[in-house]
Design a protein around this ligand. Structure first.
Ligand SMILES: C[S@@+](CC[C@H](N)C(=O)[O-])C[C@H]1O[C@@H](n2cnc3c(N)ncnc32)[C@H](O)[C@@H]1O
Length: 270
């Protein structure tokens, strides 16, 4: 291997950055390459708080999954899983509901490889390759359909994924398609970066991600825009809020500085 070249599993492209590997870098993980760190560092230069925001988002995911398990949800479809880290969905869900079934869905080969390695011994959890840009590739995926019964309540998790979709990717239609495929009493948990707080940093983030996602459309959304994803759902308390404010644990101290960047909510299909 030439000097300076990092080893990568077969099929992993280390020539261009990956959303999942950049996020792993923000979270302090080791499954990222020079190309990911270079892209992530461009963003960290204008918004060093991205690392902290990623941790807050991850904590929101954990609290949302725990809440859903407490509501009796036993099926989770986590679309845009990310690389395994701490408090993965199946671990949180099964702590509170040992019979919970989880389908992890992602389109990045590195996520699929790591998730399969981590979950190989767990019959209640599967990993499937599908692209959310084509929601029917998720809904019709045979691996997911064998594992998840879409006639029974299911939680769809779209955590920190839709802000990578430009308006011309039709994200609202995508979410509506998922909503129409699940029964009443199912849930949607979603988090999304909002554009009103740090517009310059958000523009810089758009430029970084657009450079390798090869999408030119606009993915900036305000909180009011994000609310529209919940059409056909009823938000549970406290609604769509900055992720640290979503049902914090009693021991959590939530500083005002956390009121920025990313909102999250959990909603029940009516
Ligand atoms: C920022 S990470 C979020 C990971 C995790 N949901 C969390 O919030 O901790 C976004 C994930 O979405 C995945 N992703 C992006 N576009 C996707 C698509 N079109 N279909 C499926 N997964 C996608 C990426 O590969 C990455 O793993």
């Amino acid at each position: 291997m030439p000097e300076g070249t990092e080893w990568a599993p077969p099929g992993i492209d280390t020539a261009s950055p990956s959303i999942a590997r950049m996020y792993d870098y923000y979270l302090g993980g080791k499954d990222n390459y020079a190309v990911d760190r270079a892209a992530a560092d461009k963003l960290l230069a204008v918004a060093p708080e991205i690392a902290e925001i990623s941790r807050r988002n991850r904590a929101f995911l954990g609290r949302a999954v725990r809440f859903l398990a407490e509501q009796g949800i036993r099926q989770f479809v986590d679309i845009g899983t990310g690389l395994p880290t701490q408090n993965n969905v199946h671990q949180v869900a099964r702590t509170h509901a040992p019979d919970a079934r989880v389908a992890y869905v992602d389109n990045d080969p590195i996520v699929l490889a790591h998730a399969r390695a981590l979950l190989a011994d767990n019959a209640e959890t599967i990993v499937a390759e599908a692209d959310l840009l084509d929601p029917d590739s998720v809904l019709a995926n045979p691996v997911i359909r064998r594992h998840i019964d879409f006639d029974r309540p299911v939680a769809i998790l779209l955590i920190a994924i839709l802000h990578f979709f430009a308006d011309d990717d039709r994200p609202y239609e995508i979410v509506a398609r998922l909503r129409d495929a699940i029964p009443a009493g199912s849930y949607l948990a979603l988090s999304h970066v909002v554009s009103e707080d740090h517009p310059e940093a958000i523009d810089a983030a758009q430029d970084v991600y657009r450079s390798f996602l090869k999408r030119s459309g606009d993915a900036r959304r305000t909180r009011a825009d994000v609310l529209e994803f919940f059409d056909g759902f009823e938000l549970v308390d406290p609604g769509l809020v900055y992720v640290s404010r979503w049902r914090p644990d009693e021991t959590d101290d939530v500083p005002e500085a956390d009121d920025a960047w990313i909102v999250g909510g959990v909603a029940r299909k009516i």
